[in-house]
Design a protein around this ligand. Structure first.
Ligand SMILES: Cc1ncc(C[n+]2csc(CCOP(=O)(O)OP(=O)(O)O)c2C)c(N)n1
Ligand SMILES: [Mg+2]
Length: 551
């Protein structure tokens, strides 16, 4: 250390500095479960402005932090060494795959304790085994083992989580938490800029292509949301009067009530009119689009690069030309200020919203009718949180009212996301009431987090699609392994000592359960919706047809 000034201790401990940085970045809650390697840090958290939210299981904390990050722009999960950390490997993998900015903080044995490599509890193989695992699941990681560099490391890693919108890993050895850190010269603000010549050429080419097109269409995906570009997208859409679709992963990137919204495009898995419109376009402007198998309708999508512009945070291509050094945001801004012709009228499909739903009393519930009923149930204050299975597929055609009111693991597709994610979502934005749609199989994985929601006085409506097992898999390849024990989901509130439960076997039972749940805004409501094991949504019908050919 050269200058004495730069080596001055700050009076702030490493743990306190980490907390202060997170708070400054807009974090209000930290999800997790303590353990002896992280208790010191938990005490610091409790003494801080951040609220600690303990869950039933670490994976639940991981999913809650992921949902929180999707809404607030940053989420934090804090766990103990290995036994806790490795349980959030799965949720962190999902956050990585779907670009959700989650900070994973793990307590760890102290640096002093590591000398002579003792067999301390929770250790797997080497002291750095967990860090090595997380190197694969994050964009940056740090072990805060040295007070000289700890603050700098915290800043480096937090810069990465915001830059890439992907998880990072911070390991906090327990003897470092209360050590004073060392001030560091913060590097000059690192502003990435586009190469002006490349940007101008890309915009020229893109604008020429869009203006010459007969039927341009925008396909918006998750990165528009993650990088905070929704306002720019709206401006672009309205300025040029170009209709837009989203992918299932990007669903609710814009309000689906916008008159220029087509709905979800998902190849053969989505609605036919949307598919026909997008695929007959001579200029598909893909913004932040992930070319995943599910987004592309298991590769049934027909998107021809010769008729496409594709801009993401990583790459820009226009037809077969690719451009280096053009930032996604600059490209979008450039399109807005460029001389894009305004289209007169568009003869595009617009999904018909179910404003009214006529209940057929005593008619047995079907998946299709259930989702139609839900569509009429949504309001501006509903955030729909779905799990994997027909919950996700059936929800494709729901009409989401406002931006960022749909959350689902539509790429990584880990079961167990929805119930804990609803907790993170509601804490991130308390003005929303979650409608959780979850299969019985997925509910049996993380449904106990209902207890966490109850403890926090949250009020999600949880709709369990009870089809006696792994319905999605039955359609792909059936066997006895797809059966599960039918629980009495409606009795869970009684067991937990709070909330209400309903059993719905018919349309009128579902209807009255939903209405009661809506009116009961002070509690958790669980609706056990009984469905035929082989019933399925139209989207799942099309998907299963494709997937079964691959087994
Ligand atoms: C953690 C995890 N384990 C296994 C799977 C494989 N899988 C995909 S869908 C599915 C069945 C889901 O069952 P359920 O939650 O009841 O929804 P349903 O398909 O019946 O609508 C399974 C087991 C998965 N996606 N995630
Ligand atoms: Mg099921």
């Amino acid at each position: 250390m050269l200058a004495s000034e730069s080596s001055a201790e700050t009076g702030q401990t490493i743990g306190e500095y980490l907390i202060a940085r997170l708070h400054a970045l807009g974090v209000g809650h930290v999800f997790g479960i303590p353990g002896d390697y992280v208790l010191g840090f938990y005490d610091q958290l409790v003494a801080s402005e951040l609220k600690v939210v303990t869950t039933c299981d670490e994976q639940g904390a991981g999913f809650a932090a992921d949902a929180y990050a999707r809404i607030r722009g940053l989420g934090v999960v804090c766990v103990t060494y290995c036994v806790g950390g490795l349980k959030v490997a799965n949720s962190t993998a999902g956050a990585f795959a779907e670009k959700s900015p989650v900070v994973v903080i793990s307590g760890a044995p102290g640096m002093k304790e590591r000398e002579k490599n003792p067999l301390l509890h929770h250790k797997v193989r080497e002291f750095d085994t967990q860090r090595k695992v997380f190197e694969q699941l994050t964009v940056a990681s740090a072990v805060l083992g040295d007070p000289q560099t700890a603050f700098q490391e915290i800043d480096r890693v937090l810069h990465a989580v915001l830059r890439y919108k992907r998880p990072v890993y911070i390991e906090l050895p327990r003897d470092m938490v209360a050590r004073l850190g060392i001030k560091h010269h913060s590097p000059a603000q690192f502003h990435e800029t586009s190469d002006p010549a490349a940007l101008a050429e890309a915009l020229g080419e893109a604008v020429g292509m869009i203006n010459a097109a007969r039927q341009p269409v925008i396909l918006a995906d998750v990165e528009v949301h993650r990088f905070g570009l929704q306002e720019l997208l709206l401006e672009l859409i309205e300025k040029a009067n170009i209709p837009f679709a989203s992918t299932i992963l990007g669903k609710s990137v814009m309000s689906e009530q916008h008159p220029l919204c087509l709905g979800v495009y998902e190849g053969a898995l989505g609605r036919d009119d949307v598919r026909a419109y997008v695929e007959s376009s001579d200029c598909v402007i893909m913004l932040g689009t992930f070319m995943t198998d599910i987004n592309l309708g298991i590769y049934t999508a027909r998107l021809d690069p010769a008729r496409s512009i594709s801009a993401t945070s990583e790459k820009l291509s226009i037809r077969y030309h690719t451009f280096e050094d053009v930032r996604f945001k600059d490209f979008m801004r450039g399109l807005i200020t460029a001389d894009l012709h305004r289209r007169d009228s568009n003869n595009h499909p617009h999904p018909e919203e179910e404003h009214e739903f006529r209940v057929e009393p005593r008619a047995k519930l079907t998946v299709k009718r259930l989702f139609q009923r839900l569509d009429a149930f949504l309001s501006d204050e509903t955030i729909v949180v779905v799990d994997v299975g027909d919950a996700l597929f059936g929800a494709t055609d729901l009409f989401i009212h406002q931006r960022t009111e749909f959350l689902g693991p539509a790429y990584y597709a880990s079961m167990g996301f929805a119930v804990p994610a609803a907790i993170g979502a509601q804490l991130a934005n308390p003005s929303l009431r979650p409608l959780v749609i979850v299969g019985d199989g997925a509910f049996q994985m993380t449904g106990m987090e209902v207890a966490t929601a109850l403890r926090l006085n949250l009020n999600p409506i949880i709709l369990v699609l009870n089809n006696a097992g792994y319905g999605t898999e039955r359609h792909i390849h059936n066997g006895p392994y797809n059966d599960i024990l039918p629980w009495e989901y409606a009795k869970i509130p009684e067991v937990l000592g709070g909330g209400r439960g309903f059993v719905a076997r018919t349309e009128d039972e579902l209807d009255s359960a939903l209405l009661t749940a809506k009116a009961d805004s002070g509690h958790i409501n669980i609706i056990d919706a009984h469905l035929d094991p082989l019933d399925r949504s139209p989207a799942l019908e099309r998907l299963a047809e494709r997937l079964s050919k691959k087994i």
